[in-house]
Write a protein that binds this ligand. Structure first.
Ligand code: PLP
Length: 404
């Protein structure tokens, strides 16, 4: 009989965060080991609860959420998203510009499937959230990675972006706040990125799922869509992180800028939305409630709040390890430390992560899993409480001491 094989479309598609490293962690768990999994940015297992109003809203609407909804999403959720961006300074956002999906993940895949022809190039940051690279490849496009500069707080290297633009480049992905680096871009940086898109007629794909997770009073989030009404921008965000409901699967994409140029694209996106019927309807009901009213995330991101304290502690402890340096995160849920290759010569960082896992029962994700160019970084999720983080980073330090 013939073997069943994956299609050739998957040849360049990887998602290492849940790849072989997780398989190995699960194998160890099956043997009875307790593994501290710091590989996925999922707040719930670390004792974070969703705002009560969200759970109440979903519970309240459950009986009437049994049928399919409009494939683009329920009207109240799409209006709430459009109005949210109006409140952030975008003048012309409308219910028709919003599509709701099963998390941002689904919308990234659907948007790229709709947008890309074979061989079209998309500029994706390195390091990136690897769904972007994988979804571009799966859609037939070519991801071209532009460098974010660790020596400059992981800011995008604008010259590198310019140098990599060809006549085949169709879009620019901006992840801000950034996963995995924790960088938050200044207004000037966002403006310059959007300027590049304007000059080269690129569509901006702005992944802003961490827009509300900002640590420093001085740090503000600047939406790419607000930086230019004359640039087509697709903004992605959702409830997973700021509202701690990764499992409910609620996210969206909003189109802004010269939307009249996007009519055909939107027709295509509607077709793909129709084909999968609709996003999870109960969770859609929570979107309006989440975006309005009191924002409980604000308690977590200030001194004394768990997100803030944990991120700062992780940053400090990582930097105390000889040969390790970690840029201070300004937002999101991660640290992305560098292992000095002169101290820790590593050829294969996935193997390094597996060895750490076997020795110390801690799972982090290797930097090349985020399409970073060199095997000299890993990403640590900063969601555990301070005691657990101290324990985890202590074990990483012990492991590294054996490798010097
Ligand atoms: N974008 C970024 C930058 C992320 O870090 C994540 C999840 O970790 C996602 C998108 C996907 O989020 P979701 O599908 O839960 O909305």
């Amino acid at each position: 009989m013939r073997q069943i094989r994956q299609s050739k479309k998957l040849a360049n598609v990887r998602y290492d965060v849940r790849g072989p490293i997780l398989v190995e962690a699960q194998r160890l768990e099956a043997e009875g080991h307790r593994i501290l999994k710091l590989n996925i940015g999922n707040p719930a297992p670390f004792g974070f609860e969703a705002p009560e109003a969200i759970v109440a809203d979903i519970t309240h609407h459950l009986p009437e959420a049994q049928g399919y909804s409009d494939s683009r999403g329920i009207y109240s959720a799409r209006t709430a998203v459009a109005q949210y961006y109006q409140s952030r300074g975008l003048q012309h956002t409308d219910v028709e510009d919003v599509f709701i999906g099963n998390g941002v993940s689904e919308m990234i895949s659907m948007v790229l499937q709709t947008f890309l022809d074979d061989g079209n190039e998309i500029l994706v940051p390195a390091p990136d959230y690897p769904l972007w690279t994988g979804a571009v490849s799966l859609s037939g496009g070519t991801p071209v990675h532009y460098r974010c500069d660790e020596d400059n707080g992981w800011m995008p290297d604008l010259a590198d972006i310019e140098a990599k633009i060809t006549e085949n480049t169709h879009g620019l992905v901006i992840i801000n706040p950034n996963n995995p680096t924790g960088a938050v871009y200044s207004k000037d940086m966002v403006t310059q990125l959007v300027d590049i898109a304007r000059r080269h007629d690129l569509v901006v794909f702005a992944d802003e799922i961490y827009e509300k997770i900002l640590f420093d009073d001085a740090v503000h989030h600047h939406a790419a869509a607000a930086a230019g009404n004359d640039v087509l921008c697709l903004t992605f965000s959702g409830l997973s992180k700021a509202y701690r409901v990764c499992g409910y699967r609620a996210g969206w994409v909003m189109v802004s800028g010269p939307k009249e140029l996007a009519a055909d694209f939107l027709e295509g996106l509607t077709t793909l939305s129709n084909m999968r019927m609709c996003a999870n309807v109960p969770a859609q009901h929570a979107i309006q409630t989440a975006l309005g009213g009191y924002q409980s995330i604000n308690e977590l991101i200030v001194p004394g709040g768990r997100f803030y304290e944990q991120a700062m502690l992780a940053h400090r402890l990582l930097n105390e390890i000889p040969g390790v340096s970690s840029v201070k995160p300004s937002g999101a849920l991660y640290c992305f430390p560098r292992l000095d290759p002169a101290v820790y010569p590593i050829d294969d960082d996935e193997q390094f992560v597996i060895e750490l896992l076997r020795a110390k029962k801690i799972l982090v994700t290797h930097g090349t899993g985020f399409n970073w160019f060199e095997p000299d970084h890993f990403r640590l999720v900063t969601l555990p409480d301070v005691d657990m983080l101290e324990e985890a980073i202590g074990r990483i330090a012990e492991f590294l001491a054996t490798r010097r």
